[in-house]
Design a protein around this ligand. Structure first.
Ligand code: DCS
Length: 479
């Protein structure tokens, strides 16, 4: 009998081939254990509110009023909401055509796109055009839209860092393109060596692949490094010479935990380089409301900015965005608020600063606690989390553990992470889900558990790791 289209054996092979480890085997097992009543610490996803982070007050007040505009007509509204939140809610409602229940333009509300452009101008010191900014349902949707425009078939290659965030590998698989890996240097604090890029491109070309775009994640996920200005210049020059579109994933730009290497946007570095390069390199930069100290992952708000993209292409991207009608309108308002938060002198300013500083400073301390915790463990080495939300320790698995994993039919780091989960309830993602060099093993955890729980979590990790290493024989010395 012939198969129906949605019978498993007749599904689109690209769907079956696509892997997304952040919600993979470890996550599924953790969910099962949770159902059985075990306490699970979900450190597999960068989802701050799920781990207890409180929403910032001001944006929630504004969006609450936008969702329930009848409150604005209530004579008591001023007793519950501060005047600046009321004013901002009225401002955002005036930008919509019918409030939050109405579709917006498929590129987003023009008024919010203008606020995003003003934010970029303040951040970089260069003009930004709202016409070249599209609002999206989270950065993920933006990345998918752009990769969809770039990938024409299997012979089109996209340079992706390894380790990488699997949105990229999964989307490239879904779209039937080819991922061209370039390796980040763990011993250089996960720095990017342009020679590795050259080698990757040469190898891909020798296999008949047309390399069309390059992805950078800055600050890195899962690796946590901030790219230096010099490194960004090299990357931009490389993209210019090789005629590659640069996809700059900058969703963690507010999450910086050291002062030596601040975040610098690819757009600013490109503009600083001046003509002709600043007019040549095609760049798309992505941002989100999910990360930073906002952590509003469930709202699904993001944007991308296009630089040096021809108007006819922008029109085509607009056409494709139109198929989905409209990005979430409430998320667009979150984005507007994120890029234009309360200013000094506003009623809500002090509270806003107190809340956001509290979150960022605690994240900074947690980044330190985790790195130090991992580095105090046997056979574990870990670079400091300069930015983003993750720790990515290398686990030097003894040969006996690798053997035991093989016998159990598991990839060695999956084996380790499953044992960790069963023993401690800590749900991580094995390094193999992000890509890593052959024979080298990692795990990724977020730095998001509550600060007061952190010592206990690190103690329980250490205890597990000690037992694991003595069970399987130490075998390796620390780097
Ligand atoms: N880009 C990077 C580098 C990310 O880490 C994420 C989310 C996204 C884009 C997508 O964000 P939004 O679609 O929510 O805007 N990070 C996932 C992760 O690794 N853990 O949690 C989510």
């Amino acid at each position: 009998m012939s198969l129906k289209a949605l019978d498993y054996d007749s599904l689109n092979e690209n769907v079956k081939n696509c892997q997304y480890a952040v919600r993979g085997e470890l996550y599924l097992r953790a969910s099962e254990l949770q159902k059985e009543g075990k306490k699970i610490i979900f450190t597999n996803v960068g989802n701050p509110h799920a781990l207890g982070q409180k929403p910032l007050t001001f944006p929630r007040q504004v969006v609450a009023l936008c969702q329930a505009p009848f409150l604005l007509d209530d004579p008591n509204v001023g007793m519950i909401f501060p005047a600046d939140a009321i004013a901002r809610a009225k401002h955002y409602l005036s930008l919509t055509s019918g409030g939050l229940g109405a579709y917006s333009d498929s590129r987003g509300l023009p008024g919010v796109r203008k606020e995003v452009a003003e934010f970029i101008e303040r951040r970089d010191g260069y003009p930004s055009d709202p016409e070249l900014i599209f609002l999206t349902d989270g950065a993920s949707k933006g990345v998918m839209q752009i990769l969809n425009c770039v990938i024409r078939g299997q012979k089109d290659g996209i340079l992706v860092p390894v380790p990488q965030y699997p949105l990229y590998s999964a989307t490239i698989s879904l779209l039937g393109g080819t991922l061209v890996p370039y390796y980040l240097e763990e011993s250089e604090n996960w720095g990017l060596d342009v020679n590795n890029l050259r080698q990757s491109v040469a190898q891909a070309r020798s296999q008949g692949i047309t390399v069309r775009a390059m992805v950078i994640i800055n600050p890195g996920n899962p690796t946590g490094q901030c790219l230096s200005e010099a490194n960004l210049r090299e990357i931009l020059r490389f993209c210019c010479n090789e005629r590659l579109v640069l996809l700059g994933d900058e969703v963690y730009q507010q999450n910086i935990y050291q002062d030596e290497r601040p975040f610098i946007s690819s757009k600013k570095v490109l503009m600083d380089m001046g003509a002709p390069i600043s007019k040549e390199v095609q760049l798309i930069s992505f941002h989100t409301v999910s990360k930073g100290y906002w952590g509003e992952c469930g709202q699904r708000g993001g944007y991308f900015e296009m630089t040096n993209i021809p108007p006819r292409t922008v029109e085509e991207i607009y056409k494709v965005a139109s198929i989905a009608l409209s990005p979430n309108v409430s998320a667009q308002i979150f984005m507007g608020l994120m890029v234009s938060p309360p200013k000094p002198g506003d009623i809500s300013y002090d509270q806003f600063v107190r809340e956001s500083k509290g979150i960022l400073e605690s994240l900074r301390r947690r980044a330190r606690m985790m790195t130090d915790g991992f580095n105090s463990c046997k056979n574990v080495v870990c670079n400091f989390t300069e930015g983003a939300m993750y720790s990515f320790p290398q686990i030097k698995l003894p040969p006996k553990a690798i053997q035991a994993a093989k016998q159990a039919g598991k990839v060695p780091d999956v084996f380790y992470c499953l044992k960790l989960l069963e023993a401690t309830g800590i749900s991580t993602v094995p390094g193999s889900g992000f890509g890593q060099k052959e024979g080298v093993f990692h795990l990724r955890t977020t730095i998001l558990p509550a600060e007061e729980e952190m010592p206990e979590i690190m103690d329980s990790f250490k205890k597990f790791n000690d037992e694991f290493m003595s069970q399987y024989g130490v075998g390796y010395s620390r780097m």
